[in-house]
Design a binder for this molecule. Structure first.
Ligand code: GLN
Length: 303
């Protein structure tokens, strides 16, 4: 069987098993079995697979059919054009989280962003993407999980940013030694009852996905802490899940009535990133206000 025939056959099997990115995943798995680059794979498409190579490839396909994510099988995941090492102790970075990075870089064009804290860094993808694109910024990346931080450290070494990112173990903002200009986080936001239904269930760490009874427990917890952990005119960027925008913006609006809140949709049109920016007058302790003012949300207004 040639490489091309093996790819076609495996793709048909993955498609029949409702694996969305069958084409890409087969290619990644074949490259893993043969330990070759993408270019080499394309050059060798008409070569015959050796029997050991064929056996290795079908073994990987079998693991994939058992539900194991390709990223854990290969140990690689691409994010923001960079290659990250991943293993089951960390959440696999999703393409929609690239929006958080884009939004942070845009923010840095108009605001001083000389210090950043990424909360719940996992494999470090967001913090490392920011470090490489904002060479002047000092970056903290926290995670409650020591094994996740080991993976983040490995990725910092891989991308040459060990001296740029300070990895800290602890819950939420607790380990932060000083206020920063930007707090950025993709916290767990899946409702507890929906956890068994999500894709790679049983493989990814639940702690990275479980947002409690309504999915927003961790997000609320962080928002309540940011008041004195952001510099004056600092910003908070949060990734949220489908259908959570109203609850999150209402909550933020109550906590920080005069901060500017914006919502950014992802490529599928789902409101994915919430950004909150303090003006000098609004930084500091949260103010509780039961009368909700009008808040500008991108192009629309929440009363
Ligand atoms: N977007 C992820 C998913 O759907 C959830 C990420 C999160 O909880 N932060 O699996």
């Amino acid at each position: 069987m040639t490489l091309k025939q093996a790819l076609n056959r495996a793709r048909g099997i993955l498609v029949a098993n409702n694996i969305e990115e069958a084409h890409l995943e087969c290619e990644l798995l074949l490259r893993q079995a043969l330990r070759v680059s993408q270019v080499q794979l394309y050059l060798d498409l008409d070569h015959e697979l050796g029997s050991k190579e064929e056996e290795d490839f079908w073994h990987l396909i079998k693991r994939r059919l058992g539900g194991e994510p390709t990223a854990y099988i290969t140990g690689h995941r691409e994010f923001y054009g960079l290659d990250f090492y991943v293993e089951p102790s960390v959440f696999i970075p999703r393409p929609e989280s690239e929006l958080l990075v884009e939004k942070a870089l845009k923010l840095a064009q108009n605001h001083t962003v000389s210090s950043i804290a990424e909360i719940g860094t996992g494999c470090g993808a967001i913090a490392i993407s920011l470090a490489l694109n904002l060479p002047q910024a000092k970056i903290y990346a926290t995670d409650i999980s020591a094994s996740a931080l080991k993976v983040a450290l490995f990725n910092c070494q891989k991308h040459g940013v060990v001296n740029r990112i300070c990895l800290l173990q602890g819950d939420m903002l607790n380990p932060l030694p000083e206020p920063v200009d930007l707090i950025i986080a993709n916290l767990p936001y899946v409702k507890e009852v929906e956890l068994p239904q999500i894709g790679p269930a049983g493989f990814e760490p639940l702690a990275a996905l479980n947002g409690g009874w309504d999915g927003l427990e961790k997000i609320r917890q962080l928002c309540q802490q940011v008041g004195d952990r952001l510099c004056p005119e600092g910003s908070l960027l949060l990734e949220i899940g489908q259908g959570q925008v109203r609850a999150v913006t209402t909550f933020l609006c109550r906590l920080f009535p005069s901060a500017k809140i914006e919502v950014v949709p992802d490529l599928s049109g789902i409101d994915r990133v919430v950004s909150l920016t303090f003006s000098t007058a609004t930084a500091g302790e949260p103010e509780f206000d039961t009368n909700l003012p009008d808040v500008k949300l991108g192009n629309w207004v929440l009363a």
